[in-house]
Each structure stands twice: as structure tokens, then as C-alpha cells.
Design a protein around this ligand. Structure first.
Ligand code: GLA
Length: 374
């Protein structure tokens, strides 16, 4: 049954509409967004759907993944009052209100196929789907970047996750067959062609299903290491640092953290340069693999499940492979010839079985459109 039909069954009236926002994978540019740097994600064809209708006095949120509805009032909800999955929804209404925008109470039904907890930004997709629904139903005219900012504010200040802005910008600005090249300092977006099929390529997403541990704490630690390094170097953000400058840092850990960010920004710009110039995307493979090595050795955010997936994918013929997203588990992406995708997926699955690990889930990343009416 469609989400609209299910909504009608529950509420005995149809929704005012159904809105959707995608998850994302980041091709390259990891942990650069909160350093004012560059990122290059794509919006996935996996989306969070929200059926919504305005109502009076009480917002009720239901999810096909959750047994119980959650209720709150748009005019009064504050951080801490709603926790768990519904905080991503309540946070958006709160962020609109905080920004001085009109809010309305809503009946909401959430559904979707973005894997949760896999590092594919299911949370940003939920925030953005709610934000586009609310901006239409409350008659607020916002551009894509303004919606992304409100969604990020929900994540940072209501949910309390200290993330950068990449995920919401990807969910809002994504376009089919394009990468979203984002300068996180200026929020300038350039869409970069990424027509994999025309080059007989596939981008595999290997969901390692590795247990996430300490993710929040570790993410925050990386952020503060980066801020400390920028401070010591006397630059506003690591985006402004040079490799030569970074190598002068006395603290070995800070030096490695900063080196990752500086070299990762360079790799993003190289990948963009290649693709903008119409190069065969295979040429980006070594940069993807170098990004993985940098996350493993300098930024130290990989875990054995992702290292094995990236290494085995390359050994089995991938042009490049790297962990994507915040780290400590989640997904690996592998750029493969269309004809060798199944062999690469099979090799990673076999390597996991040898180690007694649960099988990974492998699917194709298809660059799709960003948030809007479903
Ligand atoms: C998470 C955050 C993003 C970004 C990535 C790492 O996905 O939400 O803002 O920092 O990690 O690149």
C-alpha cells in the first residue's frame, strides 16, 4: 500500500501531499565539510517519504518502522522534549520557528528505503523531507540551500549531532546523473556530470553492516582536533592550511588529522577537475583509494569491516574503493566496470564469510534527484 493510502486509512482523509528526500553517498571529500572544505556527494535513488497534512494543535508523527506514534506541539516544542527518531522531525518544526518562519502542526506518516544506521544519511533525508513538506504547507518560500540549513540546524541544535552540512545539501541539491560539488565555505554548488552507464561503469555501495560504536564521541573528537590544528596554524579553518604548514605541527595526532583534511580537499578538487574536463571516471579511482588510505592511516576513522571491503574490492578489480560517510562502520563505495560488479561483490562477501562476519549488503549507487514532491 502506498504511503498516501496508508495515511488515508489512519487519518480518514487523504494527505495534502507526499514529499520525499534522498539519502546520499559521498564520492569523495570526507570530514572536510566542517573544515570549510570541499565535498562531492550524490543523492541516492533511495528516499524517505513523508505523507503530510496540516492539523490543529498537535503534531502526530508515525513511521512504518516504529510501533508508537510521537506527538508534540509545533508552537512550543523545544530541544530535549522529543528524543529518538522523531527528534529529526520535531527539530525541523523547531528550526523553522526559531528562524522566525511560520509553522503549522502536521499529521505525518514516514516511510522509506534509506538504510538506517548505514552512514547513508537517512536522518538528513528525513529532515529534508519534513522541511520541504512544511515549507509548502506553511507557505514559506525557501530556496534549496535555505531548506538545507534549517534541516542541518535541526540535526545540530535539536538532535544534538555536531555534523557538517554536506548531507542536507546533497539531499536538497541532488540531480540525476550528477555529483553535487559543494564548497562548504560559500555554499556554492556546481553539478558535475557523472554518467556511469555511458562509461560502462557502476558505483557499488557495500553496506558492511559493521556495528557503529562510539560514533558520536569520535566524530566530535575529530572535529575538535581539526579546530585545534587550525588554531595552532593560525588559519580560520583547515581549508586554508597548506601541507607544508601542516607538517610543522608538533603534535603528531593533530598533524595526521590536519594532513587528512588538507590532502582530501586536494583530492576532491582533482576529481572535480577530471570529471569537469570530461575524463573517463575510471581516472578518479586512484584518488578514491588514496582517500581511503588517508582516512585509515591519518584520520583513523575506519574499522576492519570497511578496510577489508575496500581492499578486497580493489583486489577483485575495482578501479578505486573507499569508505563513505562519517566512519567507524557504514558503507564502502567501489567504482567498477559494469561487467565486474558481481565479481567484486562476490569477493567481498566471500572475504566476510571467511572471517565469520555477516554478509554485506551490496547495491548500486544511482545518482538521483533531490528533495521535493514525491
Ligand atoms: C557525516 C556528517 C557530515 C560529514 C561526514 C563526513 O555524514 O553528517 O556532515 O561530516 O560525516 O564527511
Amino acid at each position: 500500500m502506498s504511503v498516501a493510502a496508508r495515511f488515508a486509512e489512519i487519518h480518514r482523509r487523504p494527505p495534502a501531499g507526499v514529499w520525499a528526500a534522498p539519502g546520499r553517498v559521498n564520492l569523495i571529500g570526507e570530514h572536510t565539510d566542517y573544515n570549510d572544505g570541499f565535498v562531492l556527494p550524490l543523492a541516492l535513488d533511495r528516499r524517505t517519504l513523508v505523507a503530510a497534512a496540516p492539523t490543529e494543535g498537535l503534531t502526530t508523527v508515525r513511521s512504518s518502522r516504529e510501533a508508537e506514534p510521537v506527538t508534540f506541539t509545533a508552537a512550543t516544542v523545544v530541544p530535549g522534549a522529543v528524543t529518538g527518531w522523531a527528534a529529526y522531525v520535531a527539530g525541523v518544526l523547531w528550526a523553522f520557528r526559531e528562524a522566525g518562519l511560520p509553522v503549522v502542526d502536521l499529521d505525518l506518516l514516514v516511510e522509506g528505503d534509506v538504510p538506517v544506521g548505514a552512514g547513508l544519511s537517512s536522518s538528513a533525508s528525513l529532515e529534508c523531507a519534513v522541511a520541504v513538506a512544511l515549507s509548502e504547507l506553511a507557505h514559506v518560500g525557501l530556496d534549496l540551500t535555505e531548506v538545507a540549513h534549517l534541516a542541518r540546524r535541526a540535526e545540530n541544535e535539536f538532535v544534538g549531532a555536531p555534523t557538517g552540512g554536506m548531507d542536507q545539501m546533497a539531499a536538497m541539491h541532488g540531480v540525476a546523473d550528477r555529483l553535487v560539488f559543494l564548497d562548504t565555505r560559500t555554499d556554492h554548488v556546481e553539478l558535475i556530470p557523472f554518467a556511469l552507464a555511458a562509461h560502462d561503469l557502476r558505483l557499488l555501495v557495500i553496506d558492511t553492516r559493521a556495528p557503529h560504536r562510539l560514533v558520536d564521541g569520535q566524530y566530535g573528537e575529530r572535529r575538535s582536533d581539526c579546530a585545534k590544528a587550525a588554531d595552532l596554524l593560525g588559519v580560520p579553518a583547515l581549508r586554508d592550511a597548506t601541507l607544508a604548514g601542516v607538517e610543522t605541527l608538533a603534535d603528531e595526532r593533530l598533524r595526521r588529522r590536519a594532513r587528512h583534511v588538507v590532502t582530501e580537499d586536494e583530492r576532491v578538487l582533482e576529481v572535480v577537475g577530471l570529471l569537469r574536463g570530461g575524463a573517463d571516471p575510471r581516472a578518479t579511482g586512484p584518488l578514491l583509494s588514496a582517500s581511503h588510505a588517508s582516512m585509515r592511516d591519518d584520520f583513523e576513522i575506519t574499522v576492519p569491516h570497511v578496510d577489508v571491503a575496500a581492499t578486497v574490492a580493489e583486489e577483485a578489480g575495482a578501479h578505486g574503493a573507499r569508505m563513505t560517510g562519517g566512519g567507524f562502520g557504514g558503507c564502502v563505495i567501489a567504482l567498477v566496470d559494469a561487467g565486474s560488479g558481481d565479481r567484486v561483490a562476490g569477493a567481498v562477501t566471500a572475504a566476510y564469510a571467511e572471517r565469520g562476519w555477516d554478509a554485506p549488503v551490496v547495491f548500486d549507487a544511482v545518482a538521483a534527484d533531490g528533495a521535493g514532491r514525491a
